[in-house]
Structures are given as structure tokens and as C-alpha cells.
Design a protein. Structure first.
Length: 255
């Protein structure tokens, strides 16, 4: 039985374990600390009403109707203007007859009546030009009036999109102000709770005082959670209308 050898082996094992623990601790201490996400800056990352409205109008597929309507009207106006230009027309015709009329008569002097050919060809070239068309100017006016009417209808439709952006924006702004008010109230209650807890520990107040403050603090936090959810819903509407990626913590810059 070799007791000293076993003791040396046990001591060597403990030294190895402690060395491994120290190496792990050193590696953890030397590991880089991940930087927290940068918060939104009020000057650069704030959501502005005008930018959201313009983006919502551009993001709406009905805005493309304006370019289509203008292109259609421009094409029709060019067709009306092209009516002043002369138009050329050409026709051709070819015929072949298997049998033709022959006149077997010899005229005095030895002259004979010629036999017509079996094939004949005809070609025609025609030129037409309108010298005066009193309906041209009224038709141009009708096309321009129809374009103005179509554009007004599209702008009226897109105005409702701007109104939806306004509603969602100011709802989120109002809820943002409510969040700030609730945060201030929660901070005040937490300070009161700290003072009350110190007084209870010192025997200057009853435990019921801290219980009342804790109940009010819980209620304020529940209100804060509801307001935060409502504001996130309003921001989601803004994101859907404008096509922006709007985080739930985005700040709003009031106009």
C-alpha cells in the first residue's frame, strides 16, 4: 500500500483543476464585451410626418396610374397631331388570262390587229391630306380635360392615404407622450418606495405604507405596457403605409 504516492497524485490533480479554472477565468475576462445597440438619435433617426406622407404616396400602387394616364393622353394627342400629315396609299393588281381575244383580219397594207397579252398589271399611288379639320382642337381639349379629371381622382384617392398616415402618426405621438408621463410616474413611485422601505426598516412607518406604493407602482407599469402595445400598433400601421422599417422604439418628430 503506497499512501504517499496517492497523496501526491491527489495534490497534482487539484493543482491541474485549479490551473484549468484560472485559465477559463482569464479567457472570460479577456473576451471582448459586446457593445449595446445604439439608441435612435432624435436628430437623425426620428420619423417625420412629411417624409412618411411622401413615402406612403410613392409606396401606394395607385400612384403609378398618374404616369400611365399621362402616357395614354400624350399618345392620343400625338395621334391627333399626326392627322395633319399627308397619307400615302399604293395599290397594285396583276391578272393573267389563259385565253385572249384574237382578231384574224389583215388590214390593207399588210397590217394586222395586235393580240392582247395574257398578263396585265395595274398600279396606283394615292396621296391624301386634310386641309382643315374643325374637330381637331376640340378633341385635344377633351383629351386634356379627361387627363385632368383622372389625375384629380387619383390625387383624391392618395389624399386618403396621407390622412391615414396623419392618424397613425399623431396617435403614436400621443402615446409617446403618455409613455414619458408614465415613466416619470414610475420613477417617482420607485423613489417613494425606497424611502418608505427605509422608514419601515427604521421603525418609523408600517409595512402597509410600502404595500400601497407597490400596488400603485404595479398599476402604473400595467398602464405603461398597454400604452406601449398601442403605440407599437400605430407604428406598425406607419410601417405598412410608408414601406419603412419602423422599430417599436422609434421616436417621432412633431411638425
Amino acid at each position: 500500500m503506497r499512501i504517499p504516492g496517492d497523496r501526491n497524485a491527489a495534490q497534482l490533480g487539484r493543482l491541474l483543476r485549479w490551473s484549468l479554472v484560472l485559465q477559463c477565468a482569464a479567457a472570460i475576462a479577456a473576451a471582448p464585451v459586446r457593445a449595446p445597440a445604439q439608441p435612435l438619435q432624435s436628430d437623425t433617426d426620428s420619423l417625420r410626418l412629411r417624409a412618411l406622407q411622401d413615402s406612403a404616396v410613392a409606396h401606394d400602387p395607385r400612384a403609378a396610374q398618374l404616369a400611365l394616364q399621362r402616357g395614354r393622353t400624350d399618345l392620343r394627342l400625338r395621334n391627333i397631331a399626326a392627322e395633319r400629315l399627308p397619307s400615302l396609299g399604293a395599290t397594285g393588281e396583276g391578272q393573267y388570262q389563259s385565253d385572249v381575244t384574237r382578231v384574224g383580219i389583215t388590214l390593207p397594207g399588210g397590217m394586222t390587229v395586235p393580240t392582247p397579252p395574257h398578263d396585265t398589271y395595274d398600279a396606283y399611288l394615292g396621296v391624301q391630306q386634310s386641309l382643315f379639320d374643325p374637330s381637331r382642337a376640340p378633341r385635344r381639349a377633351v383629351e386634356q380635360a379627361q387627363l385632368a379629371q383622372s389625375e384629380s381622382a387619383v390625387h383624391t384617392t392618395l389624399y386618403s392615404v396621407r390622412q391615414q398616415v396623419n392618424d397613425a402618426f399623431f396617435d403614436a405621438a400621443l402615446l409617446q407622450a403618455e409613455e414619458a408621463e408614465l415613466d416619470a410616474g414610475v420613477a417617482n413611485l420607485q423613489a417613494q418606495l425606497g424611502v418608505a422601505s427605509s422608514r419601515v426598516q427604521g421603525g418609523a412607518a408600517l409595512p402597509g405604507d410600502t404595500a400601497a406604493i407597490m400596488a400603485e407602482l404595479l398599476r402604473r407599469r400595467q398602464d405603461r405596457a398597454q400604452v406601449e402595445a398601442s403605440r407599437a400598433a400605430s407604428l406598425a400601421v406607419l410601417a405598412d403605409l410608408s414601406g419603412y422599417t419602423v422599430p417599436p422604439t422609434a421616436a417621432l418628430a412633431l411638425p
